[in-house]
Write a protein that binds this ligand. Structure first.
Ligand SMILES: *[C@@H]1O[C@H](CO)[C@@H](O)[C@H](O)[C@H]1NC(C)=O
Ligand SMILES: *[C@@H]1O[C@H](CO)[C@@H](O)[C@H](O)[C@H]1NC(C)=O
Ligand SMILES: *[C@@H]1O[C@H](CO)[C@@H](O)[C@H](O)[C@H]1NC(C)=O
Ligand SMILES: *[C@@H]1O[C@H](CO)[C@@H](O)[C@H](O)[C@H]1NC(C)=O
Ligand SMILES: *[C@@H]1O[C@H](CO)[C@@H](O)[C@H](O)[C@H]1NC(C)=O
Ligand SMILES: *[C@@H]1O[C@H](CO)[C@@H](O)[C@H](O)[C@H]1NC(C)=O
Ligand SMILES: *[C@@H]1O[C@H](CO)[C@@H](O)[C@H](O)[C@H]1NC(C)=O
Length: 453
């Protein structure tokens, strides 16, 4: 109990450091295509089904603003959002500040994914996420499944649809985690990426910045069992009428009114949510297990597959502890963009990952107080990060073009026939993920408290 109080206090302390962002249009993620169109861009929705039955929606901004066509063979950039967010996070700050639009205006073909369980991808060929029984199998996934199946399926779809061999990837926070999972667990996917830019990528957890949360992460397994037993498998369900879940305002409100001792910090949470003008509609949602898996890795100071406990680990993995994701298998040219004021990603872990990945460099954001959430929500993200990425992608494209010219020359000399190859682009993401992550955790805390008192 005391642990949970300090857990929540820590979360609130983090939450209170959030920078205030400008007014955010309260667009519903269900209407991302319409929202993009209303800004003067061509927009498309695309759908793909994973091998395990999840129906995923992608959003595409293929051309520059006010244009209806683009250059042939322009780079394809696939962008992936963070925990609890959705494709909306790459566009919700509008054309002036959102990376999705900046990439499109740079002439790239922008695709933005939606992970299973988020509002736009909350569908399955057989399982109903709103059924009191089927929701358990539906939400039995963590970032591993999102990486191994969702990203794989969406990338395959985009490459098939565009007829191109490779693309560029941009992933924010969990969108970085899932990239690492995919390419280490299914190394054949490395071939499909020209380059990757991972923003505040969560991977190694040897030095989780908050020692308080690190201590509290010992509770992660009991907390997860508890929430399962309460029927809480999903955070921020789009269906406010659905049984156990509640919206942000509701949960904060309840927490405030029910427990006098929480009043002041509770007010801080609510104030932050309201000051930042987060429309609960903006939240993409997530499975509780995603957060529980991060909790295990924080506890174990590791970046490993799901920990089932000794007996089942031995049965499933052949070892008492779950295997680590082997980052040395990731051969994509990757840049890890990180910030020194990030309260969930430590510089030492970023540098260790860069060291273990064969073609990877770490790039520190040139503002000391840049935070985790600002990658997706700051006005200067364009100057500090996006412009760099746009240029890096353009350079990577030139390198490919040169290689192609050289190999074509060589092929002509050799009188051989060669396939044409091509390139792609990458994307970027804005979002309020960290704050939502914290809010989600405090929601879990609330449920825990309810049960305990
Ligand atoms: C690939 O694209 C073609 C048409 O563009 C479509 O008919 C086919 O079903 C696609 N294959 C997959 C695996 O998506
Ligand atoms: C909300 O729940 C109802 C019934 O439980 C379901 O038919 C509907 O599809 C759900 N809405 C969403 C967005 O999932
Ligand atoms: C919480 O949500 C329910 C329906 O989802 C609504 O009836 C109730 O008024 C809300 N409570 C608060 C405090 O907003
Ligand atoms: C949150 O709920 C309170 C109490 O019902 C209400 O006064 C307030 O307007 C709500 N805020 C938002 C952002 O919905
Ligand atoms: C990780 O992959 C590398 C390269 O294939 C291999 O040499 C190494 O043994 C692997 N490490 C583990 C722990 O499996
Ligand atoms: C961050 O630092 C800059 C100077 O580099 C300063 O102008 C700005 O106010 C700071 N922002 C925050 C949120 O502390
Ligand atoms: C990786 O990409 C960067 C551009 O972002 C480039 O400068 C570098 O040479 C590339 N590294 C390799 C090994 O291709």
């Amino acid at each position: 109990m005391m642990l949970w109080i300090s857990y929540v206090v820590t979360l609130v302390a983090c939450a209170s450091t959030f920078s205030k962002t400008e007014q955010v249009a309260s667009h519903s993620p269900y209407f991302t295509v319409q929202n993009i169109q209303s800004e003067g861009y061509h927009a498309e929705a695309h759908h793909a089904v994973t091998n395990d039955g999840y129906k995923l929606e992608m959003h595409r901004i293929p051309y520059r603003r006010y244009e209806n066509k683009g250059e042939v063979n322009r780079p394809i950039v696939f962008c992936m959002h963070g925990l609890l967010a959705s494709s909306n996070s790459y566009i919700y700050l509008g054309p002036q500040y959102s990376m999705g639009y900046h990439l499109a205006d740079a002439g790239y073909d922008v695709w933005i994914g939606n992970a299973r369980g988020t509002k736009n991808s909350r569908h399955h060929i057989t399982l109903d996420p709103d059924s009191s029984t089927e929701k358990f199998p539906f939400f039995d996934f963590s970032f591993e499944e999102i990486g191994m199946y969702d990203i794989a399926t969406m990338v395959d779809y985009v490459l098939n649809y565009t007829g191109r061999p490779k693309l560029h990837y941009i992933g924010y926070s969990q969108g970085g985690t899932t990239f690492l999972v995919l390419n280490s667990m299914r190394p054949e996917y490395n071939e499909k990426f020209i380059s990757a830019h991972l923003l505040a990528c969560v991977g190694y957890q040897n030095h989780f910045p908050s020692s308080q949360i690190a201590r509290l992460s010992r509770l992660t397994d009991s907390l997860y069992s508890l929430t399962l037993s309460m029927g809480l498998v999903e955070l921020f369900s789009p269906n406010s009428s659905s049984t156990t879940d509640k919206n942000v305002n509701n949960s904060s409100f309840d927490l405030c009114s029910n427990y006098a001792s929480f009043q002041s910090m509770c007010k801080m949470v609510v104030d932050n949510i309201q000051l930042e003008n987060v429309d609960p509609d903006w939240i993409g949602g997530a499975a509780v297990k995603q957060i529980a898996h991060y909790g295990q890795n924080i506890r174990d100071k590791a970046f490993t597959r799901w920990n089932y406990g000794l007996e089942k680990n031995v049965k499933l993995y052949g070892s008492e502890t779950p295997p680590s994701y082997n980052l040395s298998l990731i051969t994509v040219n990757t840049t890890l963009h990180y910030a020194t004021a990030d309260t969930i990603v430590d510089e030492r872990d970023v540098l260790a990952m860069a060291n273990d990945m064969p073609v990877t460099s770490a790039r520190k954001v040139k503002r000391e107080n840049f935070s985790h959430i600002e990658f997706t929500s700051s006005k200067d993200t364009k100057d500090l990060i996006t412009d760099y990425i746009i240029e890096a992608i353009a350079m990577a494209q030139k390198t490919i073009a040169n290689v192609m010219i050289n190999s074509e020359k060589k092929n002509q000399e050799d009188n051989e026939i060669e396939d044409e190859s091509s390139a792609s682009g990458s994307g970027y993401n804005p979002g309020n993920t960290f704050k939502l992550y914290l809010t989600a955790l405090s929601l879990l805390g609330q449920n825990f408290i309810n049960k305990q008192i």
